[in-house]
Design a protein around this ligand. Sequence first.
Ligand SMILES: NC(=O)c1ccc[n+]([C@@H]2O[C@H](COP(=O)([O-])OP(=O)(O)OC[C@H]3O[C@@H](n4cnc5c(N)ncnc54)[C@H](O)[C@@H]3O)[C@@H](O)[C@H]2O)c1
Length: 441
Amino acid sequence: MSEQAVKRYVIVGMGVRSAFYYQAIIQKHKDVAKLVGICDTNQTRMNAANDRIEELGGERVPTYKAEDFDKMVQEQKADVVIVTTIDKFHHTYCIRAMELGCDAITEKPMTIDEEKLQAMIDAEKRTGKQIRVLFNYRYAPHHTKVRELIASGLIGDISTVHMDWILDCAHGSDFMRRWHREKANSGGIQMHKSIHHFDLVHFWLGTEPEMVYCLGGLKFYGRENAIKRGEKNLGERYLGNEDAKDDPFAIHIDKNAQLKKLYLEAEHEDGYIRDRNCFADGITIEDTLSMIIKYKDGAVMTYNTYAFAPWEGYRCTFNGTKGRIEINVTEGGYSAGGEAVTKHGLTDLEKNYIQGGVEQTTIVVYPLWDKPYVVDVVKGEGGHGGGDPVLLEDVLVGAKKDDFKRAAFIRDGGNAVLVACGANKSMATGLPVNVQELVKW
Ligand SMILES: NC(=O)c1ccc[n+]([C@@H]2O[C@H](COP(=O)([O-])OP(=O)(O)OC[C@H]3O[C@@H](n4cnc5c(N)ncnc54)[C@H](O)[C@@H]3O)[C@@H](O)[C@H]2O)c1
């Protein structure tokens, strides 16, 4: 491969997620991709990323503080900027990257409100560059399979979708421990997390959202709820907190090597506290949401999520003019520090059912006048049932022809953001929101 064919990447936002990209760039895809710089507000986290890059067999790369982002892009002659900062800054770096002549790849959510979304749409038009959004869920084999089944017309036109996607306590509480807990940073779990679910429905049905109605609230986390239930540990954070010792909601950032290096040892620079008590004050997001979403193709979804469930996964049903599809997925094993979640005390059957990536997926097709049947899903190696390596190859090497059209760009990212904007507006006003009126494409 000639040197010209190697794209030069920089990454901004060097927290835990950035490793997903730099590992793929410096290892599997090094013949087509080169990491040439990293940027963050926090030097300690950039140094930790460089240590990890070395451990993974790469070479340390130049680091740039956030105010030197332009300098990095120009000095390092970047072709592509990967944005893995906290959510509220995705638009800033995507827009600036395009103004400096780069394409941008951003983590979800593409942004967190309609003003920022409009600015991204306008910048893309103005610069002729492109924003790509990484919706990794699309690439998980069971999700791709659902798209294939629906697109084949197997169950006819879809009239209604019912999705019940629940987040377990280990995962749900982690949104309450750090920046996600403030809506101004993340847009809430409807923006930060449910955005995956909203996008999947757009992807599965091949449609766009039109109207959103939402009721939601903070029903479990936060100080007020904790006091009502008589929770014992109400301290500000878990570090140095005696009551955290036997609190199942606590994480111990001084005990986990990754959390210690990335967050505890970096705290002195910016005051980013990774282990806030999920029952401490200051949470401005919801942990429970019930929504109705109407789509352009006439389908309607009822959607429920909550972030304090005993297990993680979802049940989704699609009701069509020729039949019904049901998909049940048990996920789990999320842990803040990435350490293995214990399976101690479970039988082999239970272990298989309860933990370990995409543990259990069942897709059943119910034709109107025929016998129901289970659809096989072939999983691959790697994260999200083998979806992550496919995604990384698609992004870094370039798409082979993809019959499922999984690559997501500004309109896809934006439509998912619009559903979450609609949820936030609807909760504020008590009214349904026509979300396509929020921006001009
Ligand atoms: N698709 C997925 O499965 C998935 C999983 C995890 C995270 N994510 C996304 O990745 C992003 C990062 O999440 P994370 O868990 O790594 O968070 P993190 O808190 O570990 O890292 C965020 C980083 O952004 C940096 N930052 C904050 N403000 C900045 C600024 N103005 N300029 C430059 N850097 C700044 C912080 O210092 C930190 O290093 C989020 O948008 C999140 O939604 C996606």
